[in-house]
Design a protein around this ligand. Structure first.
Ligand SMILES: Cc1cc2nc3c(=O)[nH]c(=O)nc-3n(C[C@H](O)[C@H](O)[C@H](O)COP(=O)(O)O)c2cc1C
Length: 284
């Protein structure tokens, strides 16, 4: 297409011509916006896949599973992904465990449970009816239980995983894969030494109530009740309180509490065996 027709045409207009300046600027904006939106659309599936891979890598880390030269996907085969009905604490097949998006469900009124402001100590957007759990098993016995946790810190919601031993009351590790806290202050939730200090801590007090939480300063391991205490994050009391609230919320009655109680009572293994029996009977 010729854009310089009669007597010199558009391109021959002087560069300080107002029409030429505006036309070139508009054309440039159009080209750039097409490139940017095209790139965003093309890269979206890759970004989603990378996010999922990062989540799996975090679950492996918190489970204490080494890659040993394997890909994340290969190593993740060791993890059993299940969905829990939070109210009953039972496994459910109501949604597909592999594709269930708990974060999306938390924002869908049809997929959430009522939660009063008073009970919502972690300040979550919504309490999903169903929640993912990740299990590491050996000879069908649960060795590790990985719970997705989230809650508000100072600047936004922190997302992470809490790993428990098979007894469903002893912590083995914690990790955070997304947050908005300040590096060096609340961002110290990523500090591996601090994360390692969660190993062996107890979730519940003698009355069975969630008791584990961060305290101001350092914890003396010989002090009474030190099994329920984690060092607070220096200069980040608000993030520290947020972490305490999110841990106590997710292991409490409104969230994974009923499921963890069933694991402690041995009911979960029994439920698994019942499902296996039904599947075997169906396939005969
Ligand atoms: C720039 C800036 C960033 C901050 N980031 C955090 C943070 O990520 N987490 C947090 O708890 N407090 C943060 N604070 C400090 C809080 O405002 C508040 O003073 C602090 O939580 C009190 O904790 P402390 O009693 O341990 O000093 C920040 C303060 C400033 C000025």
């Amino acid at each position: 297409m010729k854009i310089h027709g009669r007597q010199g045409g558009f391109l021959n207009l002087p560069n300080d011509n107002i029409v030429k300046t505006i036309a070139v600027a508009l054309l440039l904006c159009l080209v750039c916006s097409v490139i940017v939106s095209g790139a965003a659309t093309l890269l979206k599936p890759k970004q989603v896949a990378n996010k999922l891979l990062d989540k799996k890598a975090n679950i492996l880390t918190v489970s204490g599973i080494d890659l040993d030269g394997r890909s994340v996907e290969d190593a993740f085969q060791q993890i059993e992904t299940r969905v829990i009905n939070l109210q009953t604490g039972e496994y459910t097949d109501a949604v597909d465990a592999q594709s269930y998006d708990q974060r999306k469900a938390s924002k869908d009124p049809a997929m959430t449970l009522p939660l009063s402001k008073q009970d919502n100590i972690a300040q979550i957007a919504g309490l999903p009816k169903f929640a993912n759990v990740y299990l590491v098993k050996e000879a069908e016995q649960i060795q590790k239980i990985i719970l997705p946790i989230e809650g508000y810190g100072l600047w936004g919601t922190l997302y992470g995983f809490l790993a428990l031993e098979g007894d469903a009351e002893t912590v083995s590790s914690i990790t955070f894969y997304e947050h908005k806290e300040t590096p060096g202050l609340g961002g110290e939730v990523e500090n591996q030494k601090w994360q390692a200090s969660w190993d062996g801590k107890q979730l519940y007090d003698d009355q069975g109530q969630p008791a584990l939480g961060l305290v101001k300063g350092s914890v003396d391991p010989r002090a009474p009740n030190s099994q329920y205490k984690i060092d607070g994050l220096a200069g980040a009391t608000l993030t520290s309180n947020g972490v305490t609230n999110m841990v106590q919320f997710w292991v409490g009655d409104k969230a994974f509490g009923p499921f963890l109680k069933r694991v402690r009572n041995g009911d979960v293994q029994a439920q698994r065996e019942k499902i296996d029996e039904v599947h075997t009977a169906e396939s005969v």
